[in-house]
Design a protein. Sequence first.
Length: 352
Amino acid sequence: MELTTVWFILIAVLWTGYLVLEGFDFGVGMLLGLLSRGDRAAKDRDRRVMINTIGPVWDGNEVWLLTAGGATFAAFPEWYATMFSGFYLPLLLILLALIVRVVAFEWRGKIDDPRWRSLADRCLMVGSWVPAVLWGVAFANLVRGVELDASHQYVGGFWALLNPFALLGGATTALIFLTHGAVFLALKSDGDVRARAGVLAARSSVVTLVVAGVWAVWAQVAYSVPWTWAAVVVAAGALVVLVVATQRRQEGLAFTASAVAIVAAVVLIFGSMYPDVMPAFDPANSLTITNASSTNYTLTVMTWVAAFLTPLVLLYQGWTYWVFRKRISADRIPDHTGLTFDKLPALSTPEK
């Protein structure tokens, strides 16, 4: 197998890791306002339970995105340049949403004030919904193809990216992540949050099955190749299992099924693109794994580095999940310890 194909597959694997792991992170953030109940104190307690289920792992999950972007830059610089210039606005919106999300995670507990926490929660929700939708829009456009000129520059404009197929792709990823997050909460929390998450997962899984099924069949029939029907069938089977498992409150099976569905979706997306990395409406202008790749020497060095470091990263992240494997419940959430606005340390006035 040629190294260009190897690195195309490795980048698909990196995106798979990101979407499976960060997918339930996004889902938890999207659900903050939907699963919290009661007065202000009760809502805050529920949201702290939800945030603490992903607190130890969310930043590690985002490393998969950085690695996928770095690998694309190093292995396929033409693909990286064309995609990040052509998709500049949606990728900028994703970046801003992720920054807002990070700040909200880190600063939510710094100030012991309900208004501050409410603002942080809204930032978390926006920072989760925006990438959940826009990643689907971006990947759907890669499957459908975009308008590239002879020099491989995107010339379609921003609004061309918001076509019906891409918007349905955005709805699909948002629903998959929402359900994935609800299943994760049911698996990792206890008490009222677990019960509500289980009910919501049972309902949203049915909608996810319908919407994702329509998008997958559309993608397969209009833009894909025969062998990726296997991925469509696997994804459909996984979503059916997800629906049944959530109805029966089999949380471990449901989480496995939603993860398998995401893996199958990535196979469909990258299988539809291959041997292109960025299909064009005019096939002569498409970026392929050949004309977009780095030199063979660069790919060889990258392969040896990846072979050495990847197992270490996987072992470390697996250890992290094992250490923080227990369920989170409201009785394990300590009282707030942050500063308050009326007790912030005053700046001293220098003597004259």
